[in-house]
Design a protein around this ligand. Sequence first.
Ligand SMILES: Nc1ncnc2c1ncn2[C@@H]1O[C@H](COP(=O)(O)OP(=O)(O)O)[C@@H](O)[C@H]1O
Ligand SMILES: [Mg+2]
Length: 276
Amino acid sequence: MTGNPYHDDRGNKDRSITNPDGMGTTRPVKGGGVAVPVEKGGPFLIGDAMTGGYGMGADILHECTIAVEKGQIAVIVGPNGAGKSTAMKAVFGMLNVRQGSVRLDGEDITALSPQARVAKGMAFVPQTSNIFTSMTVEENLEMGAFLRRDDIRPTMEQVYDLFPILRDKRSQMAGELSGGQRQQVAVGRALMTEPQVLMLDEPTAGVSPIVMDELFDRIIEVARTGISILMVEQNARQALAIADKGYVLVQGANRYTDTGEALLADPDVRKSFLGG
Ligand SMILES: Nc1ncnc2c1ncn2[C@@H]1O[C@H](COP(=O)(O)OP(=O)(O)O)[C@@H](O)[C@H]1O
Ligand SMILES: [Mg+2]
């Protein structure tokens, strides 16, 4: 992200693409949107019967539903291209949901921008480009807290307690860390907003089995503090083993939904999605 030398506008003399007034942006940004109260009683967070795709393109999601309860872990699995990342983006407001809705803690947030969802307590760690490689570990954590006006030190200490290696490496460039450590930075940065829901898209991608187990243990620890976890995982067996709820997506639609335990025991799920 920040490693790109072309990502600054020094020397740019074209006023049409700069903002002569300073502050803010020249382009009209979509408003934060409005959250609408709904009847309480549903799951803490739900993307309910979401249908939608990218831009004007064809629908990728077809009445796809994913949900997570308070302090629980929900895991989305399924083949490559099934729409797992797309479903996460839809829940986070990065994709136009043409039909269906997203509800959080008794409010319909379908119309909210991603920033407004962060303010409501949602944090999202995307599958790629989820850290600032040319910033230090600590600067990454500070970036995560940019919306906060209160003292961020206690949260930073909590993140360092959760991932002690990050405390040791806090002055090191994040880009110099191992894959597993980078993922810890990404998760830590998301936790700096003190979210109620933590959304993780393939947090264990490219890490060794030992590092994966370790990261799953930390994720369980986070859930025990009352934070809901909504997670996409390639390591389906291991992820379902720690999941309160599991979703198998195929071609943008729900194929199987059950407890993690039940999905692991289901012969059809095992045969088709868990390698027997
Ligand atoms: N930014 C995008 N623009 C257009 N199509 C996309 C984009 N990202 C993903 N897709 C398409 O959406 C479908 C689902 O992709 P994705 O959600 O990334 O699947 P998964 O995460 O399950 O591997 C694929 O057909 C993919 O080509
Ligand atoms: Mg994906």
